[in-house]
Every structure is written in structure tokens, then in C-alpha cells.
Design a protein around this ligand. Structure first.
Ligand code: GUN
Ligand code: FE
Length: 457
């Protein structure tokens, strides 16, 4: 890869509650890392442009309607549920799993079925600006490895989990591991195979230990997977306190909340990604913080399956890492921007409450609301930080994971600067992006300096 320079408007999430928008010069090194970002009016920016001219480096100058923003982190996606996206959401979680989801995922035993699905999914996520994705695959080694290869081929930074689920109480005979040893052997082989994939020397695609959720796994499997993750130094993902049914199921079986149970099994570690986590107590949050684990907040999915809104600000106040997940196909959108806007919307509904039969003072949980700027943080740097990935901001040393937005693109719903809208603040632009961006205006996407979608000419 050659070094290059981009000059134009850059949206940079600099803190949870602050984003800047500046005319910038961004210098990307040959390894895909940002070497510098300077405000365009500074002498340092002039030096970078001068250096680029003297060394014949490509300099891309963006139009006033264009801007760069960080790529999105999607911390929770079920890759094999792609064919079901936008479907079956009228069922409650348990029925949805048993009637629709397990039978669909069972079909991934056939790699020929998996291949085109995974290819289309990865290309669509990139086209929506996702630059890092955390995937649940299925229990099948061959097609799950194919997912890892597909991410690598298209340049999507990804964590891929071979799903483990062995408990006959919940998992059908057609879709479950044969036993604890079989599941552990498969996961160990999968970890090694992903790490050894040709072209994966820099670890763009990483394996993840993936117990589906406590109700689908026996105690022996949960304990074994924790030991394996520790021995292999591998991240973990699972579902946690997602719905009343799931939460009560775990409490009946273990006597404690998911968080405590996961910790007792050894599954709560730095980098563990807990999808949902809607029903956590303050003690649960403190435990998640103490272990350094993260929450993947999936606000679209939660509207259908959870029956509750994650009190996200409480998680932040407890010091817990939080990112966003689309939870395809529990969530219907492949866009992290849609989920970021939904996170804001849901937080507003939690804040004010929703039942008009109650008086305003007794309707909600004041203080729960999030700003769109906070939504951007969740969608970008928040998610990357949960995974210890140096990306999500335009700062020296971070990977150049970026989205080029063209607000004047045909079909775009974003209103470019124009009469009556010339004095937008950074917060206004951030809000417009999360509320109105879509595929027509996503002109190009880069992961670690490699252009993985679109064009810039
Ligand atoms: N809990 C266990 N499996 C799943 C799944 O596939 N989707 C969701 N939303 N929750 C789950
Ligand atoms: Fe999920």
C-alpha cells in the first residue's frame, strides 16, 4: 500500500460527549496507520502537503459537500441470520430461536449454502460503513472458517466466533454440539485455523470463544470454554440478560443473574463482549467493569425481544465499555448509524417514559437520555475501545478506518450545506449523519488504509 493524503472536512469523536468537525489534512502511512491529522490552516498541514508533493504521493481533496468520518464498529452480528434480516420479528425470543433461527442456522452445515450468504453480508456491511464486526457464526467449522476467509478477502476487520451450544434442554438434535469435548475440540481447532489463515498475518480477523448463551450451554461446556479462552488468550462473546424469559431462565438454573453466573464460569474477562445486558443491577455493572468486559448495546433488537431499554448511561457511570450491535437478525438493519440513532431514540423514551396514562413526572427515568454525539462515540471509538482496537478516531497512531460521505450524492437524504443551513455545528452534522446517512452517500470505505468499498475518483 502507498502512503496517501486526504484533505477535507473530518468529523472526529474526541470524547464520549464531544466531536469536532474541522477542515483537515490526514496523512496515512504505508501500513494503513494515520501518521498525522492537522487542521488545514496550520503550518504542519502545509508541511504534510509539501512532503506529499515532493514524494509524488496521492493527495485526495474532498469537495465541500464531502466529509470523512470514522468507520463503524458493529459489536454483535449473527452472520448466518442474514437471510432472515427484516423477517420473523413478530415472535418472542424463544419461539423465534426454536421456530425460525435454529433451523436457518442448521443449514450452514453446507458450506455451499453459506458461501454466497456470507459474501453478500460482508459486502453489505462494508457498504454501510462498518469497518469492524464481531460475528456469531454457527456451530459448523467449515462454513465459519469460510466466514473468516470472506472477511479477510473483502478487508473487513472482524472477530468471528464458532458458536458453542450443547444443552439438549434448549438446542434441537439437528443443531447442537455432540458434547462438551466435541465443542471444545472444535473451538480449539477453529481458533488455530483462523489465526493461521493465509493473509491474516496482521490479525485483521480474529477468533472469538462463543458460548451462545447460558440457556443453550451445559455447565461443563461453559467452564471448558472459559479455560480454553484463557489458555488461548482469546476474546469471548455471549448473550447476557437479554429478555425476561432468558434472564429468568438463568436465575432459575443458577440462582444468580447472567453476569454473576458468567463470572463464576470464568467467562467474564477483559474484552468479553456481552450482547444486550438490559437487566443488569448496579452490582452486575460493577462486576462487568471490574473484569474489563464490554456491553454490545443492540437497541433495535431490544425493542422486539428485550421488552426493556438498556440504561446505558448507568453502564457508562459504572465505567463499563459500551459499543453498538446491529444483532442481525434480531435487529432488522445492517447499519450501525441506524442503530446509533435508535440508541438515542430509545434513551429518550426511557428518559421521558412512554405511557401517556402517567403524569409526566412519573413517566420516565430522567437522566437516561443520550445525545447524538454520544451515539457517534458508541458507534465508533466506543466499540473499538471495547475491543482494544486502535481505531475510531482520526489521530496519529490509529488505523485509518474511515467513511467518505458525499452529501451531494444522488439519492442522498442528507441535506448538504445550502441556503438556510450554512452554520451547522459539529453536533448538527453528527446528528444529520446518524439520522440521515445511507448507502447512496457512502462513497468509499477504508479499513486500515485499504479501500474496501466504493471509489474516490
Ligand atoms: N440468544 C441466544 N441466541 C440468540 C440470537 O441468535 N439472537 C438473539 N437476539 N438472542 C439470542
Ligand atoms: Fe444476538
Amino acid at each position: 500500500m502507498d502512503e496517501f493524503v486526504i484533505r477535507g472536512h473530518v468529523i472526529n469523536p474526541v470524547a464520549t460527549d464531544r466531536a469536532t468537525m474541522t477542515d483537515s489534512v490526514v496523512h496515512v502511512g504505508a501500513d494503513g496507520t494515520i501518521m498525522a491529522r492537522h487542521d488545514a490552516s496550520t503550518p504542519m498541514a502545509a508541511q504534510v502537503l509539501d512532503h506529499a508533493a515532493r514524494h509524488g504521493m496521492a493527495v485526495q481533496v474532498l469537495s465541500p459537500a464531502q466529509l470523512l468520518m470514522p468507520g463503524f464498529a458493529d459489536l454483535h452480528v449473527h452472520a448466518p441470520q442474514w437471510p432472515q434480516m427484516g423477517r420473523a420479528l413478530d415472535l418472542p425470543l424463544r419461539d423465534w430461536l426454536e421456530q425460525r433461527t435454529f433451523p436457518l442456522e442448521a443449514r450452514f452445515a453446507d458450506p455451499a449454502f453459506a458461501a454466497p450468504v456470507y459474501d453478500e453480508m460482508v459486502r453489505t456491511l462494508l457498504a454501510n460503513g462498518t469497518t469492524t464486526a464481531v460475528f456469531f457464526a454457527t456451530i459448523h467449522e467449515e462454513s465459519s472458517l469460510l466466514l473468516a476467509r470472506t472477511c479477510l478477502r473483502h478487508g473487513l476487520r472482524a472477530h468471528v466466533g464458532l458458536v458453542a451450544m450443547d444443552d439438549p434442554a434448549l438446542c434441537p438434535p439437528t443443531y447442537r454440539n455432540a458434547g462438551v469435548e466435541q465443542a471444545l475440540d472444535a473451538t480449539r481447532r477453529f481458533i488455530h485455523a483462523v489465526r493461521a489463515l493465509p493473509g491474516n498475518e496482521r490479525g485483521l480477523v480474529r477468533p472469538m470463544v462463543t458460548p451462545r448463551f447460558i440457556p443453550a450451554c451445559t455447565d461443563g461446556l461453559l467452564r471448558g470454554l472459559a479455560a480454553l479462552a484463557a489458555a488461548e488468550d482469546c476474546l469471548i462473546q455471549t448473550h447476557c440478560s437479554e429478555s425476561d424469559w432468558e434472564h429468568d431462565y438463568v436465575r432459575q438454573r443458577t440462582g444468580v443473574n447472567d453476569t454473576v453466573a458468567l463470572d463464576r464460569f470464568g467467562l467474564l474477562r477483559r474484552g468479553t463482549v456481552l450482547a444486550h445486558s438490559c437487566f443488569m443491577t448496579a452490582d452486575d455493572m460493577a462486576l462487568v467493569h471490574a473484569r474489563g468486559a464490554a456491553i454490545a448495546h443492540c437497541p433495535v433488537s431490544n425493542a422486539y425481544f428485550a421488552g426493556a431499554v438498556l440504561p446505558l448511561r448507568k453502564a457508562w457511570q459504572a465505567g463499563v465499555h459500551v459499543g453498538l450491535g446491529t444483532d442481525i437478525s434480531g435487529g432488522y438493519s445492517p447499519s450501525v448509524a441506524v442503530n446509533a440513532a435508535m440508541a438515542v431514540t430509545a434513551s429518550r423514551m426511557l428518559d421521558t417514559g412512554t405511557d401517556p396514562a402517567r403524569t409526566a413526572g412519573k413517566r420516565g427515568r430522567p437522566g437516561a437520555r443520550l445525545t447524538f454525539t454520544e451515539g457517534l462515540w458508541l458507534a465508533t471509538r466506543g466499540g473499538m475501545a471495547a475491543l482494544d482496537i486502535a481505531a475510531g478516531q482520526f489521530d496519529a497512531g490509529q488505523a485509518f478506518d474511515a467513511i467518505l460521505i458525499d452529501r451531494a450524492a444522488p439519492g442522498s437524504n442528507i441535506l448538504p450545506p445550502g441556503p438556510g443551513r450554512t452554520d451547522d455545528t459539529a453536533a448538527d452534522v453528527v446528528q444529520q449523519m446518524l439520522c440521515n446517512m445511507g448507502r447512496p452517500d457512502i462513497r468509499a470505505v477504508w479499513v486500515a488504509g485499504r479501500r474496501v468499498h466504493g471509489d474516490v475518483d
